[in-house]
Design a protein around this ligand. Structure first.
Ligand code: PGA
Length: 231
């Protein structure tokens, strides 16, 4: 899955002069980042002209906290490649005025032009970014309260469930849908029901990823375990 995603994404980026790439975090894209780093080290690609926007960030975690998504991106990708620091964008979860931060993030995305390609993962509850079930399809970058199942899924990275932040900033569903292209990565048995519901179910705000069915250019790249519930 990661290798296929890497080749697919690099082919797209190479065809664009100053590409804008939307990025996700979590366990799903870790292999993708490893392949992207490898491609850079083998001099098959440069990221000097790349601008990136991450989907989300926890609120109230210092950016250098080992579980912040800022830290994740440095350690899994940015520090190993030639992407310029000023081109790496994540919401600031420590901003004093979170509402203003959300608007500023939207403005930065607009100023960059549209996101050429947005990489997404999916939560077991169908979330995309941190847009939990029930989020309006018209939402822009906003502050969210994380679902218990999301906090439980992410607790493995923290000392205890109590330490998992309860809030985050996430790109909104409308913001995500405005990306020119979307690549959804799905891996592992735990995601099989979500993938089945995505492919067979209705478009419904109770299952945020379902909106991708009406995106004009969305691709799913999944591994065999994630596909196990589909005949
Ligand atoms: P995961 O998270 O890659 O850690 O499973 C994906 C997501 O919740 O979007």
């Amino acid at each position: 899955m990661s290798h296929t995603a890497c080749s697919y994404i690099l082919d797209k980026l190479k065809a664009i002069e100053n590409p804008v790439l939307g990025l996700s975090t979590g366990a799903t894209p870790e292999g993708l980042y490893r392949y992207l780093i490898q491609s850079y080290q083998e001099k098959k690609v440069s990221f000097q002209n790349l601008k990136t926007f991450n989907l989300d960030e926890y609120i109230n975690l210092d950016k250098n906290h080992p579980n912040s998504y800022f830290h994740y991106m440095q350690k899994r990708f940015f520090q190993y490649v030639d992407i310029l620091e000023e081109n790496q964008n994540l919401p600031n979860g420590k901003a004093e005025n979170l509402k203003a931060e959300c608007q500023a993030y939207e403005d930065k995305i607009s100023q960059a032009g549209k996101i050429d390609l947005q990489v997404l993962g999916i939560g077991v509850n169908g979330h995309i970014g941190f847009n939990e079930p029930g989020t309006a399809f018209t939402s822009r970058t906003h502050v969210v309260t994380l679902d218990d199942c999301t906090r439980t899924a992410n607790a493995k990275y923290f000392a205890s469930l109590n330490e998992v932040p309860s809030k985050a900033i996430t790109m909104g569903i409308k913001t995500i849908m405005e990306s020119k292209e979307i690549v959804l990565l799905v891996t592992g048995r735990k995601k099989a029901s979500a993938l089945k519901r995505l492919l067979n179910g209705e478009v419904d705000e109770e299952f945020p990823a379902s909106i991708l069915k009406i995106h004009p250019n969305a691709t799913i790249i999944a591994d065999e375990k994630a596909l196990i519930e589909l005949s």
